[in-house]
Design a protein around this ligand. Structure first.
Ligand SMILES: Nc1ncnc2c1ncn2[C@@H]1O[C@H](COP(=O)(O)OP(=O)(O)O)[C@@H](O)[C@H]1O
Ligand SMILES: [Mg+2]
Length: 145
């Protein structure tokens, strides 16, 4: 694959230390191409959330590297990585951090608006969309278009 958008190289992550160390990621490598849709699957507790947190810069890694569009996000300062995350990443968490009175689309737009990105679609069109919970609670249906 040439120029993956996301490249995880041998990342390691352990919670705790000493006797109660929990090694969760032990040398995970993964390339994601532009436009590729990736599902991370596995039993509860196997490290899916840890992987996503580390790949997006929400949490620190102990070893390896995460390159996003060629940039090593874990070598950035905390401040720069936070600004980068606000601009370049989006997270929809399983059941919290959504604002129920907003549509699914508006929930995704919210951090962009806070970051100063101006919406291209008129507000009148956005406001007709159904509240986020309707879609989130019925994940097999399409989000409002
Ligand atoms: N902050 C933490 N401190 C200590 N252990 C943690 C922490 N977060 C997750 N873990 C442990 O790491 C393992 C992976 O957790 P997690 O990434 O949440 O799994 P998944 O998302 O696949 O259910 C689990 O054993 C969990 O108990
Ligand atoms: Mg999880």
């Amino acid at each position: 694959m040439t120029n993956p958008v996301v490249r995880l190289k041998d990342i390691t992550k352990t919670y705790g230390d000493g006797r109660i160390a929990v090694p969760v990621l032990r040398g995970v490598s993964l390339d994601v191409a532009e436009g590729e849709w990736v599902s991370v699957m596995g039993p509860s507790g196997c490290g899916k959330s840890t992987l996503l947190n580390c790949a997006s810069g929400l949490d620190r890694i102990d070893g390896g590297s995460v390159l996003v569009e060629g940039e090593d996000i874990h070598s950035m300062s905390e401040r720069r990585r936070t600004a980068w995350r606000a601009r370049r990443t989006g997270f929809v968490f399983q059941g919290y951090n959504l604002i129920p009175v907003l549509s699914a689309v508006e929930n995704v737009e919210m951090p962009l608006l806070l970051g100063g990105v101006r919406p291209r679609r008129p507000a009148a069109r956005r406001s007709r969309r159904s509240p986020a919970w309707g879609w989130v609670n019925a994940p097999t249906t399409s989000p409002p278009n």
